[in-house]
Design a protein around this ligand. Structure first.
Ligand SMILES: Cc1cc2nc3c(=O)[nH]c(=O)nc-3n(C[C@H](O)[C@H](O)[C@H](O)COP(=O)(O)O)c2cc1C
Length: 360
């Protein structure tokens, strides 16, 4: 179960190691998934993966419990906050709060298709309003020194013409945004649920590659449907970065291959068990501060898959962890049920069904 220690980057990549894009590999913003506990855990598996928060709306940040939304552990760097909104002044105020809190980047969501988001006129429907997105970006850029980036789709509804994407990118670039993360699917705004909108509109990675060819000076990261490091490497021949969502979350051991394979550096941990050991002090600290143990351990369910004891690992972390007093001892017990696993059967390449086969 060892993470590869040998540098897997090609010679040319290694030569350019210092110039690798900070967006070369990132874990996508995901509501209810990429909270601060998930990010702390994922950071144990890769020093280089860029991590994104869940989307936080400007309303929540300006009128809600801002310290709770903004909180993160210094170990999470590099970490980006994703904002949802369409009012330039509100976004600028939130960007300032994010910068003051220490985030490395502010990302604007121009890709979320949910009804709730559409009624607030932000998310994917903003693809129809490039000028407004540009105003939002300009207002944030005028307020903060950290990079302001945009995550978008390749189009909306059944319009397969990439012109809308290209126009959006050019308009927003003129307002000072140099980095675009593109989910290579249209958002169908007429009746699909957010989950369906991540599965039914066809993936068209070629549109994102075409965007990079068209505007080579921009940093373009591709997102959508990537499940292996081999796929990441292939896309990195065409774009500057790859962003993984579901696969990174549901098969997190994949992240232990990111530093060796994509950055030419050793993995920070050699085995999943080592990652769990390194999480234990954090878990104890959080419990002492009043966090339920399950809020941390729920993100670990996919760490062991298709190995003896994996089912018991998940059961212990789904059931026993909720009992009063459960914590580090319960996590150790769960771990004891999988350690002793034969090394090869749980290598980072062997674990995990692909996200597309799961009911997400
Ligand atoms: C549970 C869940 C929540 C998500 N929440 C967000 C979000 O808050 N902001 C966002 O830009 N995208 C969100 N997404 C979309 C992902 O960032 C990503 O674009 C999408 O899952 C496609 O990438 P993947 O195929 O690697 O998962 C979410 C996806 C999932 C599965």
């Amino acid at each position: 179960m060892n993470a590869p220690r040998s540098p897997g980057v090609a010679a040319a990549d290694a030569h350019a190691a210092t110039a690798l894009s900070p967006h070369r590999f990132s874990v996508a913003p995901m509501m209810d998934l990429t909270d601060r506990h998930a990010r702390f855990f994922l950071r144990l598996l890769s020093r280089h993966a860029r991590l994104y928060t869940e989307m936080i709306t400007t309303g929540a940040l300006l009128h809600g419990d801002a310290p709770r939304f903004l909180r993160f552990d210094p170990a999470e760097h590099p970490v980006a906050i994703q904002l949802g909104g369409s009012d330039p002044a509100a976004l600028a105020a939130c960007a300032r709060m994010a910068e003051d809190a220490g985030y490395d980047e502010v990302n604007l969501n121009v890709g979320c298709p949910s009804d709730r988001v559409q009624s607030g006129r932000f998310g994917a429907c903003l693809m129809a309003e490039p000028q407004r997105v540009a105003e939002c970006v300009a207002a944030m850029r005028a307020t903060v020194a950290i990079p302001v980036t945009v995550k978008t789709r390749i189009g909306i509804d059944r319009d397969d013409d990439p012109t809308r994407l290209f126009t959006l990118v050019d308009t927003v670039h003129a307002a000072g945004c140099d980095t675009f993360i593109v989910h290579a699917r249209n958002a169908w705004l007429d009746g699909l649920s957010p989950k369906e909108n991540r599965e039914i509109p066809p993936l068209r990675h070629g549109v994102v590659h075409a965007l990079k060819r068209r505007r080579p000076q921009l940093t373009i990261a591709i997102n959508g449907g990537l499940t292996t490091i081999a796929q990441c490497r292939e896309h990195l021949r065409h774009v500057d970065g790859v962003m993984l969502g579901r696969e990174a979350y549901y098969s997190p051991w994949l992240l232990a291959t990111v530093d060796p394979e994509l950055f030419g550096e050793p993995a920070p941990v050699a085995t999943p068990a080592e990652a769990v050991e390194r999480l234990l002090p954090y878990l104890e600290r959080e419990i002492a501060a009043g966090t339920p143990a399950s809020a941390v351990t729920r993100h670990l369910l996919g760490l062991f898959q298709a190995v003896p004891g994996a089912r018991a690992w998940r059961r212990t972390l789904s059931e026993e962890i909720h009992r009063p007093g459960a914590g580090g001892t319960t996590l150790r017990k769960a771990l004891a049920q999988v350690v002793g696993t034969p090394p090869d059967s749980a290598s980072p390449h062997a674990v995990g069904a692909s996200a597309s086969s799961r009911n997400l």
